[in-house]
Design a protein around this ligand. Structure first.
Ligand SMILES: Nc1ncnc2c1ncn2[C@@H]1O[C@H](COP(=O)(O)OP(=O)(O)OP(=O)(O)O)[C@@H](O)[C@H]1O
Ligand SMILES: [Mg+2]
Ligand SMILES: [Zn+2]
Length: 327
């Protein structure tokens, strides 16, 4: 997980807590002027609180009786305070700090575990970072339609629909076992067969489970690195590279449409190799045939792809064309 993101979130929590405490203090000071008796009760409450602590240390033997007495006094004072607030038209908890999340009181943690609100913040950040937040509203499993794939055998191969069912089943297992397996997915096949669509479906499922997902087309990926590298400040390149290396899932769409240069091959190899060594997964999609992959990319790249990726072949009729003909 990205340390910077965690740091930012914790800073945000701290600011929220500070604000909640400050607001509560402001309300209190105002109310003390309006209802002076309240301040007296609060002082009493504080005193009793101190006495309770002292009594525990001083007289451990017969402390219990004293403790009960003090606790009763404390309760009475609290009741009095609540009554005073209410009779002046304020809710009982008017002077308490108002946290955005009452479960963790804006600390982000409950019993040393991340609070739900923390997870949600991470999800929101990961959604933004992925670059596909908008498209995922449409391209997700709830809109997945097998009807676009013919159920007739495809030459000597099984029907595109049954092929797709296998691929989807494989993808669902990929999501289910995301934390325990290191195998990546390689989608290859002609245009308009749903490679990007399925990658997006998977991305959404994982984002909703709090995983960080980055989507880039291969040209964007390389161009982003190139531009950041040109930048005089090397930190932007390093930060970008870190993002690509550290995210839980990196989707590289349209592999082979980037212009192939020494730089593009070096950067691609670097990301591929580093992530695989870290046990991090990819989804790569391409229009290229496996033989073309072997012709375009050096062995150190394609041997890693063939070794670490499940190769899934998409075939059938172009959905884009099909849709046009139906409409
Ligand atoms: N299973 C599906 N259910 C519903 N719509 C789909 C499905 N698969 C693809 N589509 C739609 O069909 C069109 C083509 O799909 P997609 O862009 O995923 O193809 P592709 O294989 O990535 O093509 P290319 O190789 O050209 O990138 C898109 O408009 C997409 O929304
Ligand atoms: Mg595509
Ligand atoms: Zn919380």
């Amino acid at each position: 997980m990205n340390e910077n993101i965690i740091h930012e979130i914790l800073k945000e929590y701290e600011m929220k807590r500070d604000r909640a405490l400050k607001d509560a203090l402001n309300r209190k000071n105002k109310l003390y002027k309006e209802i002076p008796e309240l301040e007296k009760i609060d002082e009493e409450i504080k005193k009793v609180g101190i006495e309770i602590t002292q009594s525990i240390f001083k007289e451990p033997e017969n402390g219990r009786e004293l403790l009960n007495l003090l606790k009763e006094r404390l309760n009475n004072l609290k009741k009095k305070k609540a009554y005073l607030l209410e009779s002046n038209g304020y809710p009982e908890d008017y002077l308490e700090p108002k946290y955005e999340c009452n479960i963790c009181k804006d600390t982000g943690y409950v019993n040393r575990k991340r609070c739900k609100c923390f997870d949600q913040k991470l999800i929101n950040i990961y959604y933004k970072q992925s670059s596909i937040a908008e498209i995922l509203k449409k391209e997700n499993f709830s809109n997945f339609n097998f009807e676009y794939y013919s159920d007739k055998p495809y030459g000597d191969k099984p029907s595109p629909r049954s092929n797709m069912k296998n691929i989807v089943e494989f993808s669902l297992n990929f999501i289910k076992n995301f934390d325990t397996t290191a195998e990546s997915l390689f989608f290859y096949g002609d245009s308009g067969l749903g490679k990007t669509f399925l990658a997006n479906c998977i991305a959404k499922e994982l984002l909703d489970r709090g995983k960080s997902v980055i989507y880039r087309t291969a040209p964007d990926l390389i161009e982003g690195l190139r531009i950041n590298k040109l930048n005089a400040d090397s930190s932007s390149y390093n930060e970008y590279l870190e993002l690509l290396k550290e995210c839980d899932l990196l989707i590289i769409d349209d592999l082979g449409t980037e212009s192939i240069t020494a730089f593009s091959l070096q950067e691609f190899f670097n990301i591929l190799n580093t992530r695989l060594l870290l046990g991090k997964k990819f989804i790569i999609s391409t229009n290229l045939l496996l033989s073309e992959i072997m012709a375009i990319y050096p062995e150190r790249i394609y041997s890693r792809i063939f070794g670490h990726f499940k190769l899934l072949n998409f075939y059938g009729e172009d959905i884009r064309l099909k849709r046009k003909m139906i409409i």
